[in-house]
Design a protein. Structure first.
Length: 349
């Protein structure tokens, strides 16, 4: 299986890239994802009690470097204290995806859900890593949505859950954002109606304007960064060029975004509950974080989720960066998250 590992960027950790061949994966739909391979990296070591494992879940279009700003000496996820497993989700071009599948390439790939991502990670942790318990599961955006689903699907498996800029149920606003992003890509001449015949370069330009420039930031954040029209156009061109260097595949985006928009912890099999009811079954000590304004995943979704989880906290990230508040875009945001999450992971009930 080939995989698209983007170039290492400044601040990212050059950890050994691992691949676990986990066999056929039965999806929630009943379809079979053939010959599933789970991409992941690890940091640190298991302690003798096997009690210090942390799972990091990854965002839409992201990879195992997404939360590197939280990993390292003196940071929230310090490898001296934690064994950190960072798992690439289905469809990101590293784990089995439409772009790299031998048996189900392109639009032949079966549709999957965020719960399928969680199930693949459960198989990785239990079969490959030999783990039966996590100290914490953590993620941002779609990674935070996986973290909440983990806490619903496997309530006894982790002690702590941290979800940044996340939703327990995808909002109508977020559904329309992802639908518009797909329309950007599928308006390109490379879209044949049955897949992409090549990279949709014009589609990716439109996608960059929507997802990287607008939905992921706020007017205040861009005003701080860009003093005039010329600076805005230059920044856009530089951002588009960086997006294309990363080289995320358009087929992969379609499939991951379909999983993203369809998510609701309340539809977990055997949960027999609506969204709030499913969240009320969470036993992990839970922390949700979000900025005051998020133009992709509305911050109110995180507040509402926290209100339904027993003893959960919602902490506002003091940032004008919008959805980018849960990144290292601004050093002060990264420092705040490292401080708050580190303190939270040390707490007990």
């Amino acid at each position: 299986m080939r995989f698209n590992h983007p170039p290492l960027l400044a601040g990212q950790i050059d950890a050994e890239h691992r691949m676990a061949v986990l066999g056929d994966l039965e999806l929630e739909s009943g379809e079979i994802l053939q010959d599933y391979a789970q991409s992941y990296v690890t940091h640190g070591s298991l302690d003798t009690a096997r009690s210090n494992a942390v799972l990091v879940c990854i965002s839409l279009t992201g990879n195992h470097h997404r939360l590197d700003f939280l990993i390292g000496p003196g940071k929230a996820l310090d490898p001296e204290y934690y064994f950190i497993v960072v798992a690439d989700p289905i469809g990101n071009g590293l784990s089995t995806s439409p772009s790299n599948s031998t048996y189900q390439p392109g639009m032949r790939f079966p549709r999957f859900t965020i719960r399928d991502m969680v199930q693949s990670q459960y198989r990785l942790l239990t079969r490959q890593c030999g783990l039966s318990r996590l100290h914490a599961v953590i993620g941002a955006s779609m990674g935070g949505m996986q973290a909440l689903q983990w806490a619903v699907s496997y309530p006894e498996f982790m002690s702590h859950c941290v979800a940044m800029t996340a939703m327990a149920r995808t909002s109508a606003w977020s559904v329309l954002v992802t639908e518009t992003a797909r329309c950007c890509l599928m308006a390109d001449p490379a879209w044949t109606g049955e897949g992409f015949s090549g990279a949709p370069e014009r589609g990716w330009r439109a996608y960059t304007g929507l997802m990287t420039a607008l939905a992921s930031r706020t007017p205040e954040a861009l005003a701080e960064l860009l003093p005039d029209c010329a600076a805005a156009h230059l920044w856009f061109e530089q951002t588009y060029a960086q997006n294309r260097r990363i080289g995320f595949d358009a087929h992969d985006y379609l499939y991951q975004s379909w999983a993203y928009e369809a998510h609701d912890v309340g539809t977990t099999p055997d949960a027999n509950a609506e969204t709030a009811g499913a969240l009320s079954t969470i036993k992990a000590k839970t922390l949700l974080l979000g900025p005051s304004l998020d133009l992709f995943n509305p911050a109110q979704e995180g507040r509402d989720a926290a209100a339904s989880i027993p003893d959960a906290q919602f902490i506002e990230i003091p940032s004008v960066q919008g959805h980018q508040a849960a990144t290292s875009t601004k050093a002060e945001d990264a420092a705040f998250l490292n401080r708050v999450i580190a303190q939270f992971l040390k707490t007990t009930r």
